[in-house]
Design a protein around this ligand. Structure first.
Ligand code: PLP
Length: 805
């Protein structure tokens, strides 16, 4: 809900408001609606929230009225018989009714009595309940739509474990599935696709029921219900689904950890307890042998929730839900109003995105669709699954889009979106591809953007999703559309890498090494070596560079500034005279560690999918870092002689590295940094105009131009093959790809917006990779440094191409 100070879209806004009439903004009018959003959602003040399909933000009114209510009314465990307990039970029962009324359109008590609400921890827990309680047998069958959420697909695990059959189907296949009278099949589908917004609603289930009168239907309504009523009154009860799963935070934001399974009472007998029972779900048990027990109300049709709600219900959460539904009604009138509001936004957003074109006329945005060819689709829900395309219609990586969206204040979702079926059909990925990628070490959680090339084709491993909800505004759409236009449209005004900023110099330029920086601890501050201080060069980098790292003690993962920007304030320095590593940080006494390899036992850790052997520096050292960084962590040092290997097309063999991410040395130039600052100053990103310091790029070598006869042009480093720093020769391996880590100010440890946004507009390679600086390896064979080769700041630097040498 970032409100831009100035809008270039005034005409469009007027047209939109006119076109949508009272559909948009609940009849409150544009201004009053925006004011309501500002008041109710202060947490959205400086961000553009486009992830309603993941969760809705919680309105202030719900939190206020609820906290006042619990502070003044005594609620207690509903299993007792005290007055407070009885009152609590009544509120819980009232809530079941409100859920059926507000979300499922069951307005009279008689129609509600055909249904029951089992409170669960959420939609996933509801689906798991069906999976565990369904009477699977040898011949029963679980059929699910391929483009289902992972949580619905997962029911197959229960079916397979109990010897049932499983089939994954497309929309038509499921309808045409041959009938089998022996044991009822369970059909499962989502009412709305969580990745792309297409809606099958109740209509598809109705067709299934007509076609398979003995079949049961499990409906995943988690996405659908967030902005629409699932109107159970609109169809004969016999044609309604039997089990419906939902989560409430997707609708009203708070409470979390609460959902329900809505069960058609006439189908309740298909849910049977298997094994476990707990307090609350049992009528009587024998203490010991013969281990007799009687589950609660086995008489059907009784209130089936009593047989499935083990233990104490989260009664306060259920009471919050009542307040949340009240607030929702007060703010938005009804779910039907919400539905109209978001549909208007969706239509507008989909149209605006489809109009964005590159200068060559090709589209920038591809909107993905699920259930292709289905004849039964309703108007789609307010979710758009999308990928961006470059001017040659090649996909741009989703991680790149996410990072740029993040620094520009958007909250979106990217990746596989818990829906492998949509991902694979959108990009033509096969199940075999997925298994192959997994064998290569990739999973849905990592940052890989493309599959390994398969027959020369590399396919995206993720997409982006934007979604709207009850409190979305037209401004949110404008913000997103402007963002895509600003950063992804390739028009003549955008400078790309293929067009050098300045004409390439004809005279080989010379420069000097302005700054030489060592990073003893991965992701911590750099040690700027004093002028004319010689430092030894080894094949894996500068001596002691990235020999240490910090490991998160709870997850075992290597700590990075990306997650913990405060690491920039940890300042290690190697003191060769005293032969120690000194680590300092604000308000901490210096930590002094010997440089000699400790004798401690070694252990194996994972660094970027390499297993390396490391040694510990002891508990007191770990405590020092844990105290300063405020996370339990430990300092680990790469064991003597251990190293990892990096591969580059331009190097004939692998290059040794220690704990650095990619290569032994990283080089940038001051003239390139100056160019970035000119861009920032011209307002190429937006927001802040603060210049950035070279240190944010975390290079080992910073080239200056002070002693050069010719000023070094920006990005000259991109054009050279070899360079000699003093006596040592280095070969350029590749350009360095940049991530959000450049947005940590290395002096303050604070996150910044630049230079990432600015680089994204000016330094993007074809696949959407942002490049700045170059990776180097040391060419010992072309150097003349003798036994202990060194470099030092102030050294002169000469450039060459490979042919010259
Ligand atoms: C969100 C979602 C789920 C999972 O819901 P949880 O609240 O995480 O259990 C399942 N299916 C769909 C369609 C969803 O949108």
């Amino acid at each position: 809900m970032q409100h831009p100070t100035h809008f270039p879209h005034n005409q469009k806004r007027q047209d939109f408001l006119q076109e949508t009439g009272s559909e948009y903004a609940y009849g409150l009018g544009d201004t009053a609606f925006r004011q309501q959003c500002d008041t109710e959602y202060p947490s959205l003040a400086s961000t553009t929230y486009l992830d309603y399909a993941a969760s809705a933000p919680a309105p202030l009114s719900t939190l206020r009225t609820f906290s006042e209510k619990v502070a003044t009314t005594l609620y207690s465990n509903p299993h007792s018989r005290s007055s407070s307990s009885v009152a609590t039970s009544l509120e819980i029962e009232r809530c079941r009714g409100r859920v059926l009324e507000d979300l499922f359109g069951l307005e009279d008590a008689r129609s509600r009595s055909q249904w029951d609400v089992i409170f669960t921890a959420g939609a996933t827990a509801s689906m798991k309940l069906v999976g565990e309680a369904f009477p699977w047998q040898n011949r029963s069958k679980y059929c699910y739509l391929k483009q289902s959420h992972t949580s619905l697909v997962g029911v197959r695990g229960c079916a397979l474990a109990r010897g049932a059959l499983v089939a994954a189907m497309d929309v038509d296949e499921m309808l045409e599935h041959p009938q089998d009278d022996s044991s009822p099949p369970l059909f499962a589908y989502p009412a709305q696709c969580n990745s792309t917004g297409q809606r099958l609603g109740l209509g598809y289930g109705r067709l299934l029921k007509e076609r398979h009168p003995n079949g049961l239907v499990l409906l995943d309504a988690a996405a659908y219900l967030s902005t629409a009523v699932l109107d159970l009154q609109s169809l004969p009860i016999a044609l309604a689904p039997d089990f419906i799963a939902c989560s409430f935070y997707k609708i009203v934001g708070y409470p979390t950890g609460l959902g329900c399974l809505v069960v058609k009472r006439s189908s309740a007998s298909f849910l049977q307890r298997n094994g476990y029972f707990g307090g609350g779900t049992i009528d009587a048990i024998s203490v010991s042998s013969p281990f007799w027990s009687h589950p609660r109300r086995s008489l059907i049709p009784g209130p089936i929730h009593e047989r499935f709600e083990d233990g104490t219900l989260p009664y306060l959460n259920i009471i919050v839900l009542l307040h949340a539904l009240d607030t929702h009604r007060r703010l938005y009138k009804s779910q039907r109003h919400v539905s109209n509001h978001v549909s208007a936004l969706l239509r507008f957003a989909a149209r605006e995105l489809s109009l964005i074109r590159h200068a060559n006329g090709r589209p920038v945005v591809r909107q993905h669709h699920a259930f292709d060819g289905a004849k039964y689709l309703e108007e789609p829900g307010p979710t758009i699954g999308l990928s961006l395309l470059d001017p040659s219609s090649e996909f741009i990586g989703h991680v790149h889009l996410e990072q740029l969206a993040t620094v520009n204040g958007f909250q979106i979702r990217t990746g596989g979106l818990c829906n492998t079926g949509v991902l694979t059909s959108a990009f033509g990925i096969s199940d075999q591809n997925i298994m192959d990628e997994y064998a290569r070490g990739r999973s849905c959680w990592d940052d890989e953007e493309f599959t390994g090339a398969d027959k020369g084709v590399s396919r995206p491993l993720g997409m982006a999703r934007i979604s709207f909800g009850a409190s979305s505004t037209i401004d949110d759409v404008f913000q997103w559309v402007s963002f895509i236009r600003r950063y992804f449209v390739v028009s003549d005004t955008v400078v790309t890498l293929s067009k050098p900023i300045l004409a390439e110099p004809t005279v080989p330029a010379a420069a000097n090494l302005q700054t030489l920086v060592l990073y003893p601890i991965k992701s911590c501050a750099g040690q700027v070596l004093p002028k004319h201080c010689s430092w030894e060069v080894v094949p894996s980098g500068l001596l002691y560079d990235r020999e240490w790292m910090l490991v998160d003690l709870s997850s075992g993962k290597t700590l990075s500034q990306k997650q913990y920007p405060r690491m920039a304030l940890v300042r290690p320095s190697v003191d060769l005279n005293r032969h120690v590593l000194v680590v300092s940080a604000l308000e901490m006494s210096d930590l002094i560690l010997p440089l000699d390899m400790p004798e401690e036992a070694e252990e194996a850790v994972n660094v970027c999918s390499d297993v390396v052997s490391v040694t510990s520096s002891g508990t007191s050292v770990d405590e020092w870092f844990s105290t300063f960084l405020r996370i339990p962590c430990a300092l680990r040092r790469l064991s003597g002689g251990a190293s990892r290997h990096a591969h580059f097309d331009r190097a004939t063999s692998s290059v040794p590295i220690l704990l650095s991410n990619e290569s032994p040395f990283l080089l940038i130039s001051q003239s390139s940094v100056d160019q970035v600052n000119r861009w920032i100053n011209q307002g190429c990103g937006d927001a802040t105009n603060d210049p950035v310091h070279a240190s944010c790029f975390r290079a080992n070598f910073l080239l200056g131009t002070s002693t050069s006869p010719l000023p070094l042009p920006p990005f000259f480093e991109d054009t050279v093959d070899l360079l000699r720093i003093g006596t040592e020769t280095f070969q350029v391996l590749a350009r360095c790809r940049r991530c959000l880590m450049v947005c940590v100010n290395q002096t303050t440890g604070c996150r910044t917006k630049e230079p990432f946004s600015c680089l994204a507009r000016n330094r993007k390679s074809s696949r959407g990779k942002i490049e700045f600086g170059v990776h180097l390896m040391w060419r010992e064979d072309l150097s003349k440094g003798g036994l202990k080769p060194t470099v030092r700041s102030g050294d002169s630097v000469r450039f060459a191409t490979l042919e010259v040498n």
